[in-house]
Design a protein around this ligand. Structure first.
Ligand SMILES: CC(=O)N[C@@H](CCC[C@H](N)C(=O)O)C(=O)O
Length: 386
């Protein structure tokens, strides 16, 4: 199949973004495609809204896995595309449509050009939350086909098409969601002394939270606290009895994650005392860091430099993004790399339009890498993951 077929697949998937564990139409679309492929060497299993596809090799010594995520984000799309999302309030703004099209392109390539090793394609739901990687990895379905190594990519708006970036070791941060509910006493806008205004309390808290990164974390370490959503109040002349902050915490070390959480808890206690209100904190879902297995990543980087003159490899710095692919890497050697898609809008932006030329780049690069990897001796050190 030509790469334009996978561009069309990406566009089809772009139109039907769905929330984590709600990827019902996406799963159906993928299964329909998979069922149309020659079936001789394919086995397919579903797990919740995810899919596992095993392709048997010609003389397997190991199983090499490729993972894609599947879910969209709850946001309104503002691209110029004629194939915009038809699911109002949802958008593929993190490239998972591109990731899935690339995974199908790879799978199709290996159906047509078998290699010696077995391949496992992991279509994983709920990367944006609540996290599909950990429960999928712990499932019986995955255990039965557990791979020896696992790889993934993520689109990178800031790099041109033809460039990829990665590094051995830590690539993405530890994450924790953050939800804080504030409960006070509402009332008439003209009688503030008879109320505990949760809009004012929430505003103080959002501002105070910023001091944690500035004043409680070693400046040579890194941490992020982002409050991405505030909900509070019902009308402009009613003092709000409730407010809710929704955010996320990012750190490179688990010690810093604990430190940030304990400072948040102290500040929230202060808000309770200062505003005579009650607060509840919920940390939602948390992901472990993406730690690229060092020797496999270094060998991949050397291989790209020597064998792929068409691809420009950058050794990048770690980023504060999160990815539940980190759970796979905590047990199975592998790595993730950034794929350049050249767009001025960042991930999670309502106007992001990744350059679809990157789909062919990724299929070509990863298919050559897996073909080469399957010719290499099996010397994957399971103890080398963190
Ligand atoms: C690649 C990417 O953008 N991943 C998300 C993961 C979100 C995890 C969780 N829902 C959270 O917000 O903490 C990211 O925001 O980095």
């Amino acid at each position: 199949m030509s790469s334009s077929a996978f561009v069309q697949i990406r566009r089809d998937l772009h139109q039907i973004p769905e929330p984590g564990f709600g990827e019902v139409k996406t799963q159906r679309y993928l299964l329909d495609y998979l069922e149309r492929l020659p079936q001789e060497r394919i086995q397919i299993k579903t797990w919740r809204t995810g899919i596992l596809v095993r392709l048997s090799g010609t003389n397997p010594k190991r199983t090499i896995a490729w993972r894609t995520d599947m879910d969209g984000l709850p946001m309104n799309e503002e691209t110029t595309y004629p194939f915009r999302s038809v699911h109002e309030g949802f958008m593929h703004a993190c490239g998972h449509d591109m990731h899935m099209a690339i995974a199908l392109g790879l799978l199709t390539h290996f159906v047509q050009h078998p290699i010696t090793d077995d391949l496992l394609f992991v279509f994983q739901p709920a990367e944006e939350g609540p996290g599909g990687a950990l429960p999928m990895m712990q499932s019986e379905e995955f255990a039965e086909w557990r791979p020896d190594c696992i790889f993934a990519l993520h689109i990178a708006p800031e790099y041109p098409v033809g460039q990829i970036a990665t590094k051995p070791g830590i690539l993405f941060a530890n994450t924790s969601e953050l939800f804080i509910d504030l409960y006070g006493t509402g009332g008439h806008a003209a009688y503030p002394h008879k109320t505990n205004d949760m809009v004012v309390a929430a505003s103080h808290l959002v501002t105070q939270l910023q001091s944690i990164v500035a004043r409680n974390i070693d400046p040579l370490d890194s941490a992020v606290i982002t409050v991405g959503k505030i909900v509070g109040g019902t009308k402009q002349n009613i003092i709000a009895e409730k407010a809710r902050l929704e955010g996320t915490i990012r750190t490179f070390s688990m010690e810093s994650m604990q430190r940030v959480k304990s400072r948040i808890e102290a500040q929230v206690k202060g808000i309770e005392a200062g505003f005579e209100c009650r607060a509840e904190i919920d940390y939602g879902c948390g992901y472990c860091q993406v730690f690229n297995e060092e020797s496999l990543t270094a060998a991949f980087m050397d291989w790209v430099r020597v064998a792929c003159p068409d691809v420009e490899l950058i050794q990048c710095q770690e980023a504060m993004t999160g990815e539940d692919f980190g759970y796979f890497l905590s047990e199975i050697p592998g790595f993730l790399f950034w794929l350049g898609v050249n767009t001025p809008y960042g991930l999670h932006h309502s106007k992001i339009e990744p350059d679809e030329g990157a789909i062919a780049v990724a299929i070509s690069l990863v298919s050559r890498y897996f073909t080469w990897l399957s010719t290499q001796p099996v010397e994957i050190d399971r103890g080398a993951t963190r």
